[in-house]
Write a new protein. Structure first.
Lengths: 315, 419
């Protein structure tokens, strides 16, 4: 029971962080039809900016400044990069973001070195919030969850209850009509791109110190975010939310299961020993296979339901 | 006609290359290639080793070098990947470098010994000598042993032998959990831990045996929840680099009180992460730590801190010091920088190190030296004189296992080259 509760909380906090990342990606995709390969790099930049700011001003100013700085970079990327490349089609855009991811990584290498930087959680949040039986639950994780939920609420309100949200939603489906009504659709695109980057940056600020801030962090989270977006359905915020929680739970809970195909086969009465064919393969436990499970889920989803969980368009 | 020209051109190019090689050898420096992950998740670990090697080389150069040649350290980035390391090995061979050092990652070490064995048998006049300061998979000095490979750290089995002897004496230990990195080294820690505990303390229950991906886990909280649920009072881990720092960080955040028996909790970010909570609970098995005593140790630690004053820099790798010391004395004894002659001298080497008398074992080229089990404690200026990473906490010796008691049987049967 204790294990179940703690692991549920862990998977929630991880899933919510994934959502913060994938929400921006899925918004940008649904608006521009571009899968932004550099999205996770904005996450990394958020963490590094926060680290740099926090060494001078402390954590709280960094929480505001770093996402804003990332948003600014996002806006520049859209205005002077993507918009120019756009006329050459989606492949060019894809390649552009792909290259950008590498440039950002090298930039981080040059500026902050190749080793992890010491970006610590603020002392004021470095205590245990409560205990579940005998396990202490760190306050910072609670803070992470609150931030994610708060952001989710804000995003929902902005998109459904404000004029800006209405225009964004309209531009998603009927850009020509919105333009005809006198709105500046390119600047809407830029705002959305900057906003998505800011969300990734914010995830970096609170994820960078909970885990590790290092040049490899973009690559390690980047592929998972794509899985979330594809699994949840391209362009669907609700889908991304559910997919984030599912992927978070799969990754967190699978660690606990020491069952393997060998357990199953033995249960079915098949005799296995080290001499059996493919013994090494049968012996791999779910816990050991944990890193690959999200990808298996994604492949299965694409086979069964190519538009994803809540996606509206095919393929 | 054109065929003929191209052949002449190739012959000319080959001659030029050979000339370049001999020029390089005679330019008055002895190059040691340092092959380590200098980017990626273990970059910080690679950089620490590089500073130690530089420190050792500087000492030799300050007294005039070896046979009149200065030692030059040439770093290569392997990204801690076996494939990348084999490519890097080709590069250093092309550059005419004859000595190399590596220590982080047994998977890399295994790939390198394979490449080394192939190269040395093909080009007996251009052999390369491999000093391994920290890759401790036992197979490197057993089934996979190689005449040109020398290991200066104690292997997994030797350390586990020492560690389990100490653990066996802990009467209140009931349930043990093993958590390790999923590759050659981590698997051998798990295997040795299981086997030796079963023999020395059959009453102790192994409640978990986890292997996690190397350098990929950024959040160990799920593993810690699992350890907690198992009711373990002792955790054994061979994790290194960020994998140990993050494991300990998650353990602390979740308020685990089990004892952690580790191979590498002594540095690189782990001590500042755990702080006060680790006192009495965090243990390590090593061939050296700063508080083993002796005035020579104190001088060496102080000299290192003076050279590298950053709080993250601690004197740690005595194996690198021993390797450079034995290398220079082997070169002097054989009056040659030819790796084959040097290797014959090196396998008979003895040395007076900070930890006492150590010697190279000729049967498998494994350094035989004392092993220490120590516990994280508050620095007190007496038996815990030096803290780690300037945290105010350091390691205190619990047990010293003498060199002769660390020798284990070996299956190594290498071919010695004919001279």
């Amino acid at each position: 029971m204790e294990f179940f509760l703690v692991t549920t909380l862990n998977s929630l906090s991880y899933g919510l962080l994934l959502f913060m990342l994938s929400s921006g990606l899925t918004l940008i995709f649904s608006m521009m039809g571009v899968l932004n390969f550099a999205h996770a790099s904005f996450y990394m930049l958020g963490a590094y900016f926060a680290y740099q700011t926090s060494t001078y001003l402390g954590f709280w100013p960094a929480l505001v400044i770093a996402p804003l700085a990332v948003a600014f970079l996002g806006a520049l990327t859209e205005r002077y990069g993507l918009r120019t490349v756009h006329r050459y089609g989606h492949v060019a855009e894809l390649l552009f973001t792909f290259g950008l991811a590498y440039i950002i990584e090298e930039f981080v290498h040059l500026l902050w070195g190749r080793a992890p930087v010491e970006y610590k959680i603020p002392e004021i949040l470095d205590f245990s919030a409560f205990s579940i039986f005998s396990t202490q639950y760190p306050a910072y994780r609670v803070f992470m969850m609150l931030m994610s939920v708060g952001m989710l609420a804000c995003l929902y309100l902005v998109l459904t209850r404000t004029r800006i949200g209405l225009i964004i939603q309209a531009s998603l489906t009927h850009p020509e009509m919105v333009e005809a009504l006198g709105h500046n659709v390119p600047s809407v695109f830029m705002t959305v791109f900057a906003g998505g980057a800011a969300l990734a940056g914010l995830a970096g600020v609170i994820g960078g110190n909970a885990f590790v801030t290092e040049p490899g962090m973009a690559a390690s989270v980047g592929t998972i975010v794509f899985v979330v977006v594809v699994f949840g359905g391209m362009g669907s915020l609700a889908g991304a939310f559910i997919a984030s929680l599912i992927i978070g739970a799969v990754q967190t809970f699978s660690v606990a299961f020491d069952y393997s195909l060998a357990t199953l086969l033995t249960g079915l009465g098949v005799q296995l020993n080290t001499e059996s064919a493919w013994y090494e393969l049968w012996k791999v436990t779910i816990a050991q296979a944990a890193p690959v499970l999200p990808y298996i889920l994604m492949v299965l989803m694409l086979i069964v339901r190519p538009k994803g969980l809540m996606g509206t368009r095919e393929g | 006609m054109s065929m003929k020209i191209s052949r002449t051109a190739i012959a000319g190019a080959v001659a030029l290359l050979a000339l370049a090689g001999s020029v390089q050898a005679a330019d008055g420096t002895l190059k040691i290639a340092y092959l380590e992950g200098l980017s990626g998740p273990f970059a910080n670990v690679g950089e620490v080793g590089l500073r130690h090697l530089q420190f050792a080389a500087d000492k030799v150069n300050a007294r005039g070098g070896v046979l009149g040649q200065k030692i030059e350290v040439v770093p290569f980035d392997t990204k801690t990947s076996p494939q990348e390391a084999q490519l890097v090995f080709k590069q250093l061979v092309d550059q005419g470098i004859r000595y190399m050092m590596q220590g982080n990652g047994s998977a890399v070490a295994i790939a390198l010994t394979e490449a080394l064995a192939k190269h040395n048998s093909r080009s007996p006049d251009k052999t390369v000598l491999y000093m391994n300061y920290g890759a401790v998979d036992p197979s490197l000095t057993n089934d996979r042993c190689n005449f040109y490979h020398f290991r200066f750290d104690a292997d997994v089995d030797m350390k586990m032998h020492a560690l389990t002897s100490y653990m066996a004496a802990q009467k209140d230990m009931k349930k043990v959990y093993l958590i390790n990195q999923d590759y050659a080294f981590g698997q051998s820690v798990a295997k040795a831990g299981r086997a030796m505990l079963a023999k020395k303390r059959p009453d102790v229950q192994i409640v978990g045996d986890d292997l996690h991906p190397l350098g990929k886990v950024k959040d160990f909280a799920p593993y810690i929840a699992k350890i907690k649920a198992s009711g373990a009072d002792a955790v054994v881990s061979g994790n290194w680099g960020n994998d140990i720092a993050l494991l300990i960080k998650a353990a602390k955040e979740n308020g685990i009180t089990a004892n952690f028996y580790t191979y590498y909790a002594g540095g690189l970010g782990t001590p500042p992460v755990i702080g006060e909570a680790g006192v009495g609970h965090l243990k390590q098995v090593t061939v050296f730590h700063s508080n083993i005593g002796g005035s020579k140790t104190a001088e060496e630690v102080a000299a290192y801190r003076k050279r590298f004053p950053d709080s993250k820099d601690d004197f740690y790798w005595t194996s690198i010091m021993t390797a450079v010391d034995m290398l220079t004395r082997s070169i002097e004894a054989s009056k040659s920088t030819d790796p084959t002659k040097v290797a014959f001298a090196m396998e008979k080497m003895k040395a007076d190190q900070l930890t006492g008398e150590v010697y190279m074992r000729p049967e498998n080229h494994q350094l035989v030296q004392p092993i220490f089990v120590s516990t994280f404690s508050k620095a007190n200026g007496k038996d815990v004189k030096f803290d780690v990473e300037r945290t105010g906490f350091g390691f205190k010796t619990d047990a010293r296992i003498e060199a002769k008691d660390t020798v284990l049987p070996t299956t190594c049967k290498f071919q010695r080259p004919k001279v």
